[in-house]
Design a protein around this ligand. Structure first.
Ligand SMILES: [Zn+2]
Length: 78
């Protein structure tokens, strides 16, 4: 196992300049559950640290004030 794979740098690095809006609608699947009660997730909260929390509509509302204090970005709320 001495073979090292050399990445082909500079050959096709596209997508880097693709600056789409940050308002993309997150796709929640059946696997995405509220961290608090296990209901289907409706809102994703992204913390400045990079960690994500998932909430159902009920708990998103309940924790919204606290999340904003933490400068979290809420996605998916309507
Ligand atoms: Zn919940």
């Amino acid at each position: 196992m001495s073979h090292t794979r050399v990445p082909n740098i500079g050959a096709g690095t596209e997508g880097e300049s693709e600056m789409t809006t940050t308002l993309t609608r997150p796709d929640f699947t059946a696997a995405d559950r509220c961290d608090r009660c296990g209901a289907a997730a409706m809102v994703r909260a992204v913390l400045p640290s990079g960690s994500e929390l998932l909430f159902c509509g009920h708990h998103a509302r309940k924790h919204e004030t606290r999340l904003r204090e933490l400068s979290a970005t809420l996605q998916g709320s309507s």
